[in-house]
Design a binder for this molecule. Structure first.
Ligand code: NAD
Ligand code: UDP
Ligand code: UDP
Length: 343
């Protein structure tokens, strides 16, 4: 009885738009869908670290139990194998909805499944949030801006997205997920938050997910040339994962719906990135040019003034400091892989 009364109070204060008193205290219960993945597992570490109870819901499509193995004995942690395309009943205060294949290699592997995960998965989590009065956060993406005609991108930009291309399952899937999120907010009064995440890197990224930072780092450690797609002059802005996690939590606990760009404005061409990876890991590393993929955005850089002003958030870790932090993790995993093959 005592516990239930406490939960009711939290809900009422959340509905009133204030930060619930229980944030940071032991009894805040949080679901992280996709919590066995790269970003999700770092977010879970932060939430457990501040005393929350955390339930991870993941189907292990790209996530790994290894990312959470250190938490398996923790009484405040629970891991559920579940596909968010199916409905689920839970009782929590906050829902971080990350579940979705995120790298081009993974989301193109089964594009129909990708769009269904985005639409049905987000619908189910919003239905859950509505039923239990929980606050819901969607991890959307800078890909909603497509190949942007505005640079850097502000949240007010509506994007330049191909609806019928190879990336559409992801880009349009996330755009629909944003639409659903706003419709549940306007129509059903669900408390929602939307983050538009820009390229993020760090330990626990899948070794072979085809993203540029993981590819370059793994290639140089394996003494292979870095594969630069196209002419390598396209740009991206790379954010270290701890900065992103801090931004997600600030957004969830704050009072603003968003959308908010969460990214590091430091902009690099792929050739410049290759130089930084080379300087960080091995000065003898080489590059090799490959044809680029379809619909590749030419440039991307977040305008983060809105998050700075309203969330009091900005990234702290520049690429040159963040890269060495993922190299050890990659080295160890590549070494284990090689030993597993009897090499
Ligand atoms: P990831 O692939 O490491 O994690 C995604 C997780 O979701 C995995 O654990 C996977 O098993 C799980 N998952 C996928 N489909 C599922 C389903 N149907 N049901 C249950 N679980 C499912 O990717 P990530 O980089 O950690 O991305 C996390 C979120 O952040 C994604 O929503 C992604 O779109 C978003 N995002 C990431 C980046 C980035 O640079 N990492 C950029 C923009 C947006
Ligand atoms: N849903 C869920 N868990 C819940 C509540 C709802 O998974 O605790 C799912 C539900 O099965 C439905 C979706 O969320 O597919 C949307 O729910 P909502 O109540 O908004 O719509 P309805 O069920 O009325 O169509
Ligand atoms: N890229 C590259 N070499 C690689 C992988 C990717 O040059 O081995 C390029 C890719 O063409 C794109 C950029 O790096 O221009 C970022 O690609 P990534 O898949 O990491 O992210 P996204 O395209 O989703 O921003």
């Amino acid at each position: 009885r005592h516990d239930l009364r406490g939960v009711g109070l939290e809900r009422r204060s959340a509905v009133a738009g204030r930060v619930p008193a229980a944030i940071g205290a032991r009894r805040l219960r949080v679901v992280v869908t996709g919590g066995a993945g790269f970003v999700g597992s770092h977010l879970v570490d932060k939430l457990i670290g501040r005393g929350n109870e955390v339930i991870v819901v993941d189907n292990f499509f790209t996530g790994r139990k290894d990312n959470l193995v250190h938490l398996l004995g923790n009484p405040r942690f629970e891991l559920i194998r579940h596909d968010v395309v199916e409905p689920i009943l839970l009782e929590v205060d906050q829902i971080y909805h990350l579940a979705c294949p995120a790298s081009p290699v993974h989301y193109k592997y089964n594009p129909v499944k990708t769009i269904i995960s985005n639409v049905m998965g987000t619908l189910n989590m919003l239905g859950l949030a509505k039923r239990i009065g929980a606050r819901f956060l969607l991890t959307s993406t800078s890909e909603v801006y497509g190949d942007p005609l505005e640079h850097p991108q502000k949240e007010t930009y509506w994007g330049n997205v191909n609806p019928i291309g190879e990336r559409s399952c992801y880009d349009e899937g996330k755009r629909t997920a944003e639409t659903l999120t706003m419709d549940y907010h306007r129509g059903d009064g669900v408390e929602v938050r939307i983050a538009r995440i820009f390229n993020t890197y760090g330990p626990r990224m899948c070794l072979d997910d085809g993203r540029v930072v993981s590819n370059f780092v793994a290639q140089v450690i394996r003494k292979q040339p870095m594969t630069v797609y196209g002419d390598g002059k396209q740009t991206r802005s790379f954010q270290y994962v701890s900065d992103l996690v801090n931004g997600l939590v600030a957004l969830m606990d704050g009072e603003h719906v968003g959308p908010f760009n969460l990214g590091n404005p430091g902009e690099f061409t792929m050739l410049e990135l290759a130089e930084v990876v080379k300087a960080t890991i091995d000065p003898s590393a080489t590059i090799e040019f490959r044809p680029n993929t379809a619909d590749d955005p030419h440039m991307r850089k977040p305008d983060i003034s809105k998050a700075k002003e309203l969330l009091n958030w900005e990234p702290k870790v520049p690429l040159k400091e963040g890269l060495p932090l993922m190299v050890n993790d990659f080295r160890n995993r590549i070494l284990n892989e090689d030993e597993g093959k009897g090499m």
